[in-house]
Design a protein around this ligand. Structure first.
Ligand code: UDP
Length: 473
C-alpha cells in the first residue's frame, strides 16, 4: 500500500481580503510541495462569486489543487444591513454552521481517499482548529495581518486587557505592551477599543479573536502560526511574541503567481486602464483604493476627487460598484463624469497596477494586503486608515519603515482636499523628505523581494513548514 499523500486544506473567511492571501498561499503550497494535494475552501456564496462560470467544476488541471466550498448555513452570506445586531447574528450562525459543514468536508475527503494531513485556516475560524484536532489532524493558523497586530492581540488576551479597557475612550493614552514600542490607544486595532461591548456592530469579531487566541493556547506542545509578512519587516514584533507559546513563521508577502488571482469582484476591462497607465510618465500617477469593504460617502469622495484634481497629477481611483450604487441612491451625479485628470474603475487588478512603472503613490486605507502589495512594488503610500488593523498597519508604514505619510482627517473623519494635496507633495514632490520616502520604498522593495525569493527568509520558512508537515504524514 502506498503511503498517504500530504494534503493541505486551506480554509478561509469569505471576504476578499482573506480569500486573496489564502488562495495565494494555497498556490504557493501547491508549487512548494509538488507531490502534495491542496484543497482551497471558502463559503459556498463566495465560491460561486469566484467561479461564476462553472461553480461546480472547479478542479485545477493537474488534479492536485481542488476548490471545495463549505456552507455558512445561508443562501446569500452576510447581507449588509443597518440592523445593529445583523452582523453578530450572522457570525453566530456562521460559526455553528461553518464548523459543522467543515467537519463534513474533512470527512468526505477522507472517504474519497484524499485524507487531509494539515489544516491551514485564516483568522476568523477558530473552530477549524477544533474540528482538525478532534480528527487528529494538525492545524496551522494563517495570520493575514502583521505580526505587530498578532502581538497586540496576544498580549491583550494574556493579562493586558484591563489597561486598554480602562483607557479605550482616550485616544492619546499611551499603552505599553511587552516587547512592543509604546503606542497610543488610537493606534490599536479598533476591535479592542470600539467593539468590546456586546451592543457594538462588530462585537462578534472581538469575541472571535478572543476565541482564536484561546484556541492557539490549546495546541500542544505549541501552535504553528504562518504569517503573511517577512521577518525583516517585523523583527521587533516577532521578538515581542516570543517563541515559547507559538511557532511563528513569516512566509510572506505571499503574492499571486503571474496573473492568476481569483477575486469575488468582477473586474473592469483591464486593457482600458492599463493602456491609460502605459501613456503616463514613470512615477507620475496616484493610485487610490480603500479596499474591498470600506465605502465612501458623497462628501468624502467629492473632497478626495477635488484634492486629486487640484494636485494636477493623473490618478486612477477605485470606486466599487456597491459604493457607486450607494452614492447614486443619494444623488443623481455619476462618479466618472466629474473626472478631468483621472480615471475611475470599479475594480482593477491591483497587484498589476501597483507594479506599473507609471504609479508614483498609493492612497490606501492600509488593509494589510494593500500595504504588502505596495511594499513589494516599492510604491510610497499615503495612509488613510479607518478600522480593524489599519491604524497599526499605518504606523508600520510611517514610523517603522518610513515608506509613507499619514493623512489627517478632520473632526468629522473627512479627508479634505487640501490634505490630499499636502500628502501628494510629501511623497511625490521635490522636497528632500519626499525623495527620502521614495528611497526607503525602493530599499524595502529590495529587502522584501529577497525574502520572498528562492532561499530568502520567507521561502525557507515555508519550506520548513512543508517539510515538517510532510514528516508528520
Ligand atoms: N483589490 C483589487 N482591486 C481593487 C481593489 C482592491 O484587486 O480594485 C484587492 C487588493 O489587491 C487586496 C484586496 O483587494 O489584495 C484588499 O485587501 P486589503 O487587505 O487591502 O483590504 P480589505 O479589503 O480587507 O479592507
Amino acid at each position: 500500500m502506498s503511503s498517504p499523500r500530504q494534503h493541505f486544506l486551506v480554509l478561509t473567511f469569505p471576504l476578499q481580503g482573506h480569500i486573496a492571501p489564502a488562495l495565494r498561499l494555497a498556490r504557493r503550497l501547491h508549487a512548494a510541495a509538488p507531490d502534495a494535494l491542496v484543497t482551497f475552501s471558502t463559503t459556498e456564496v463566495a465560491h460561486r462569486r469566484m467561479f461564476p462560470a462553472k461553480p461546480d467544476d472547479s478542479d485545477e488541471d493537474d488534479g492536485r489543487l481542488e476548490f471545495l466550498p463549505f456552507s455558512d448555513g445561508t443562501e446569500a452570506g452576510y447581507v449588509r444591513s443597518p440592523d445593529p445586531g445583523s452582523f453578530n447574528a450572522y457570525m453566530a450562525s456562521f460559526h455553528a454552521a461553518g464548523a459543522r459543514s467543515f467537519g463534513q468536508l474533512v470527512d468526505a475527503l477522507a472517504a474519497r481517499g484524499r485524507p487531509v494531513s494539515r489544516v491551514v485556516y485564516t483568522l476568523m475560524l477558530p473552530w477549524a482548529a477544533d474540528v482538525a484536532r478532534e480528527r487528529g489532524i494538525p492545524s496551522a493558523l494563517y495570520w493575514i495581518q502583521p505580526v505587530a497586530v498578532f502581538a497586540i492581540y496576544h498580549h491583550y488576551f494574556h493579562g493586558h486587557a484591563g489597561v486598554v479597557a480602562e483607557h479605550r475612550h482616550d485616544p492619546s493614552f499611551v499603552v505599553e505592551l511587552p516587547g512592543l514600542a509604546p503606542q497610543t490607544v488610537a493606534d490599536l486595532p479598533s476591535f479592542l477599543t470600539d467593539s468590546t461591548d456586546p451592543s457594538d456592530f462588530f462585537h462578534s469579531i472581538f469575541t472571535t479573536i478572543r476565541d482564536l487566541i484561546e484556541t492557539l493556547d490549546k495546541e500542544s506542545p505549541k501552535s504553528t502560526v504562518l504569517v503573511n509578512t517577512c521577518q525583516e519587516l517585523e523583527v521587533g514584533a516577532l521578538a515581542a511574541v516570543g517563541t515559547q507559546a507559538h511557532d511563528v513563521l513569516p512566509v510572506g508577502p505571499v503574492l499571486p503567481p503571474g496573473d492568476d488571482d481569483a477575486s469575488i469582484f468582477e473586474q473592469d476591462d483591464d486593457a482600458r486602464y492599463m493602456e491609460w497607465l502605459d501613456a503616463k510618465p514613470a512615477n507620475s500617477v496616484v493610485y487610490v483604493s480603500f479596499g474591498s469593504l470600506a465605502t465612501m460617502a458623497r462628501e468624502h469622495l467629492d473632497e478626495l476627487l477635488r484634492g486629486l484634481e487640484e494636485s494636477g497629477r493623473p490618478y486612477l481611483c477605485v470606486v466599487r460598484k456597491d459604493n457607486k450604487a450607494a452614492l447614486l441612491a443619494d444623488a443623481e451625479t455619476k462618479v466618472d463624469e466629474e473626472l478631468k485628470n483621472g480615471v475611475a474603475v470599479e475594480w482593477c487588478d491591483q497587484v498589476r497596477v501597483l507594479s506599473h512603472a507609471a504609479i508614483g503613490c498609493f492612497v490606501t486605507h492600509c488593509g494589510w494586503n494593500s500595504v504588502l502589495e505596495s511594499v513589494v512594488a516599492g510604491v510610497p503610500m499615503v495612509c488613510v486608515p479607518r478600522m480593524s488593523d489599519q491604524r497599526t498597519n499605518a504606523q508600520l508604514v510611517v514610523r517603522e519603515w518610513r515608506v509613507g505619510v499619514r493623512a489627517k482627517v478632520d473632526d468629522g473623519g473627512v479627508l479634505r482636499a487640501a490634505e490630499v494635496r499636502r500628502c501628494m507633495d510629501e511623497v511625490m514632490g521635490n522636497l528632500e523628505a519626499a525623495a527620502e520616502v521614495r528611497r526607503m520604498a525602493e530599499e524595502w522593495k529590495q529587502v522584501v523581494t529577497k525574502a520572498m525569493g528562492k532561499g530568502g527568509s520567507s521561502d525557507r520558512n515555508l519550506m520548513a513548514f512543508v517539510d515538517g508537515a510532510r514528516s508528520a504524514v
